[in-house]
Design a protein around this ligand. Structure first.
Ligand SMILES: Nc1ncnc2c1ncn2[C@@H]1O[C@H](COP(=O)(O)OP(=O)(O)OP(=O)(O)O)[C@@H](O)[C@H]1O
Ligand SMILES: [Mg+2]
Length: 285
């Protein structure tokens, strides 16, 4: 695998912000970035042929999308080595293919697709956790943020599946020269008639010791990163979403401790993606 960043754009507002995010990250990591636009084939199986001139018109429109994205990238980070690719096919398949060769895939949370109420485009949950590297999902609203907050946030559960995400988060905090907030959320199993017998303070103390020991090897590897460990008794997706308002990047693993092994993407990652208030990096377990 060649170290590189791939960003997919369909010319939508979210994808355009994703292009900016990708070149910023490429600058931080000193990696090249490849801007990809997929020209979709005639989508209807009902007719043996698309209208005359369809493919030419789509290709011409695609060239404009790529030219705009290249302009965005060069305007933002002229120092970054950014190349473009216009590829015919199915966006999901092509992006998967392109991401399998890259360190990181950056996409918008939405595209130009028709269902305007949707918080996530259909490509997002099919790419996050499905490709080898990290998938960073950026929302259009990110462009309204003025400057950086100065914090990376990572959700930790101590599972081996979450380790690559913790490593990714430490690296991002190091590159940005900012603190890393490591959040561990735990919950008492919910039950309608549960008597109040749980020693919350005791569990909190034990959880605090656990998070310190999970992070210890990473702290040793990244001595320059200031880590702020935090333990909260609440639903992990809820607290991470809330905390994301105060972060520049939220990092989660694609899987955690959950028992449903058949799911590619765990419930916390699924939960935070639509609602997070900053870009989310899903790092494959
Ligand atoms: N044709 C494409 N070429 C390159 N990247 C794309 C293309 N289509 C979508 N993407 C990437 O995927 C992101 C999410 O778009 P997606 O297509 O999933 O959402 P949508 O268009 O809102 O909904 P849907 O297409 O599922 O109806 C985009 O912001 C962009 O980064
Ligand atoms: Mg789409």
């Amino acid at each position: 695998m060649i170290e590189s960043i791939v960003v997919g754009t369909d010319g939508s507002p979210a994808a355009t912000v994703a292009v900016s995010w990708a070149v910023d990250d490429a600058g931080r990591r000193r990696l090249p970035v490849r801007i990809v636009h997929v020209v979709e084939h005639w989508p209807y199986g009902i007719s043996a042929f698309p209208p005359p001139g369809w493919q030419e018109a789509m290709t011409h429109a695609g060239e404009q999308v790529i030219a705009e994205a290249a302009k965005t990238a060069a305007g933002r980070r002229p120092d970054v080595d950014a190349t473009t690719a216009l590829i015919g096919g199915t966006p999901l398949e092509i992006l998967r293919e392109q991401a399998s060769e890259a360190t990181e895939l950056v996409i918008g949370s939405r595209g130009l697709g028709g269902f305007t109420e949707a918080l996530l485009g259909s490509a997002v949950l099919r790419l996050a956790g499905h490709v080898p590297g990290a998938v960073v999902v950026v929302k259009a609203e990110e462009s309204e943020r003025r400057g950086e907050v100065g914090e990376v946030l990572v959700g930790v559960d101590g599972s081996p599946a979450g380790e690559p995400a913790v490593g990714f988060a430490f690296e991002q905090a190091r590159l940005r020269g900012c603190p890393l907030r490591a959040l561990r959320a735990w919950q008492v199993p919910p039950h309608a008639f549960m008597p109040d017998i749980v020693d919350v303070a005791g569990i909190r103390q034990e959880q605090q010791q656990m998070i310190d020991s999970w992070l210890a090897p990473w702290v040793e590897r990244f001595p320059e990163v200031r880590v702020v460990p935090e333990v909260t008794c609440a639903n992990p997706a809820s607290v991470l979403t809330e905390a994301s308002a105060q972060a520049d990047l939220l990092v989660v693993g694609s899987r955690g401790l959950g028992a449903v092994g058949s799911m590619v993407l765990g419930s916390v990652s699924r939960g935070v993606l639509p609602h997070a208030r900053c870009p989310v990096a899903v790092v494959r377990s």
